[in-house]
Design a protein. Structure first.
Length: 178
């Protein structure tokens, strides 16, 4: 089984409900098991700033799929939940990104893992830190990556894990963060 950290976000429609549905769909997918979710955070838009705030969270999954196959599962879930790609960094009903795996890396036209902007985005790192506070990314602790980011003060906790995803596991207490 391969471990992946996913970043999830939404800023259109019923955001919290859509994020919950996305994680439920991931967990019910063949070959995918959600083992932890983060709190949800209200975050300002990044890149294209003239749009509504996002809700962002993270999920830790285990799967026997390779990265490209997992990406296809995530994109199918996005489409099922109404995601339409109008413009880069534009408003969206759901966004599911593969951001990190301690087990594999990819550098293809389709998938780059670790995600090339992961360590530059507090809205990705803070939810991932909820799940894996001791995670090391590219040789550096996740907390160290956060220290250099300007947008860390703009992120507000919105919902605890049990308020948006109901699965029996220990929220934010995963110790296997390799």
């Amino acid at each position: 089984m391969t471990i992946y950290y996913l970043s999830l976000g939404a800023n259109a429609g019923p955001k919290k409900k859509t994020l919950s549905q996305a994680v439920e769909m991931l967990d019910s997918s063949a070959h995918v098991s959600v083992t932890a979710v983060s709190s949800l955070y209200k975050t300002p838009p990044w890149g294209k700033t003239d749009q509504p705030d996002f809700l962002n969270g993270a999920a830790l999954i285990e799967t026997d799929l390779d990265g490209p196959a997992l990406l296809r599962v995530c994109q199918h879930i996005e489409t099922s939940l109404g995601r339409v790609r109008h413009e880069k960094w534009g408003a969206r009903t759901i966004d599911i990104d593969l951001v990190y795996s301690p087990d594999v890396t990819y550098d293809t036209d389709v998938l780059k893992l670790p995600h090339p902007y992961m360590t530059e985005r507090a809205f990705v790192l803070i939810p991932v830190r909820d799940i894996a506070p001791e995670l090391i990314i590219n040789g550096k602790a996740i907390g160290m990556w956060l220290q250099g980011l300007d947008d860390i003060e703009t992120i507000q906790k919105y919902a605890e894990p049990v308020d948006w995803f109901r699965k029996e596991f220990t929220y934010g207490k995963n110790t296997d963060c390799r």
